[in-house]
Design a protein around this ligand. Structure first.
Ligand code: EPU
Length: 335
């Protein structure tokens, strides 16, 4: 289905009402192949947009947006203690997690309730509560936007790192993900490395995959705004990774600074804390604001423009740099 001069309001979780010259809803890989082969129907540059939960539009999009709604979750193979499953790029991420938990396939439960789609999860290497999706992705099936050839990227070829992958770097804009394959465990294995997760799960019942999923849902709903009510795109910035030496110096000055040692020897600092310390939490400029319970999340209280949200983010970035000498990098993609 191709729409022209289409509203993007329902295609970005900030709820911004910009327009695109063209919007194409893709229901299958075959549909994507024919679309690329008949490329003349597409107007201007092309942007693949999943759930729109990690994007900030600052104006109308003078090009064509491809929105994959490819459905389907399948069991592909079981071997020993492992199962390989696949999900169409358009499957809602949390529907997939819910399905894996109902089937007793272990691995994705810590990633419960993250907005977005299965396809976008691979682009972004989503992560939360001690888990990252890269540890479960087996391969990613894509289609070239230049010649419609279909390719599969192994986990290694995806070059995953913190909120990053080859799909955001070297081959950005050149492929459309049609399907993502995950390798999950049939043997109960629970990840309770994150702070209060175990305690939260045990408050619900016996520690299990189901209570972990419920605990993650409870933590997320208590801290993060629901994008269907208040426009937002989750963490606006990444947690900065700085040298161990710089982190030690900062800790001398700010003893309570939350920091996590990475295996590389570098240190990850909690951006939410830095922003909070600069006094931004709960602040609002017009309809653009900083969430009152998590300073890393910027919100649209109704009628903010993309530009106003971007301006607010730049002010935050300036204060963090001034106070801590750390330049925050955006997690959200600005268009
Ligand atoms: N903190 C504050 N004030 C705040 C926010 C956080 O002091 O306003 C402190 C917390 O007290 C804690 C630390 O900062 O000591 C870290 O906070 P939290 O555990 O809430 O997680 P985060 O590092 O802020 C990351 C991810 C989230 C993910 C959570 C939970 C990034 C950029 N964000 O946030 O992911 O849900 O961990 O694992 O890595 C997203 O990417 O959109 C997202 C929401």
């Amino acid at each position: 289905m191709i729409f022209s001069n289409a509203s993007l309001k329902n295609y970005n979780t900030f709820g911004l009402d910009y327009k695109a010259n063209g919007l194409v809803i893709i229901k299958s890989e075959e549909e994507a192949v024919s679309l690329v082969l008949e490329h003349n129907e597409l107007i201007g540059p092309v942007l693949v947009l999943g759930g729109g939960s990690n994007i900030l539009f600052t104006g109308d999009y003078n090009g064509t947006i491809l929105h994959p709604e490819i459905p389907g979750i399948k069991i592909r193979e079981k071997e020993g203690n492992q199962v390989v499953i696949s999900a169409g790029a358009g499957v809602k991420w949390d529907d997939l997690v819910d399905w894996t938990v109902k089937n007793d396939f272990y691995g994705l439960e810590n990633l419960s309730l993250i907005p977005g789609t299965a396809g976008a999860a691979a682009v972004q290497n989503i992560g939360a509560y001690g888990a990252e999706v890269k540890d479960y992705i087996f391969k990613v099936r894509c289609l070239s936007l230049s010649d419609a050839s279909v390719m599969e990227f192994t986990n290694q070829e995806c070059r995953f790192s913190y909120r990053n992958s080859i799909f955001k770097q070297e081959i950005k804009g050149h492929f459309l993900i049609s399907e993502v394959f995950f390798r999950l465990s049939l043997k109960p294995t629970l990840n309770i490395s994150y702070g209060s997760l175990q305690k939260e799960a045990e408050n619900i019942g016996k520690l299990s995959q189901k209570t972990i999923r419920q605990a993650v849902i409870n933590i997320r709903t208590s801290k993060l705004p629901d994008p269907s009510i208040t426009g937002n795109a989750g963490s606006f910035f990444k947690n900065p990774v700085i040298s161990g030496e710089k982190a030690e110096n900062l800790q001398k000055k700010f003893p309570s600074i939350p920091q996590y040692r990475e295996s590389s020897g570098e240190t990850k600092i909690a951006a939410g804390w830095l922003i909070d310390q600069c006094g931004w939490k709960g602040k609002r400029i017009g309809d653009a604001g900083v969430h009152e319970k998590q300073a890393l999340v910027l919100v649209n209280y109704g009628n903010a423009s993309g530009r106003e949200i971007l301006d607010l983010s730049e002010m935050i970035r300036g204060s963090v740099y001034e106070k801590f000498g750390i330049d925050l990098e955006r997690e959200v993609e600005v268009i």
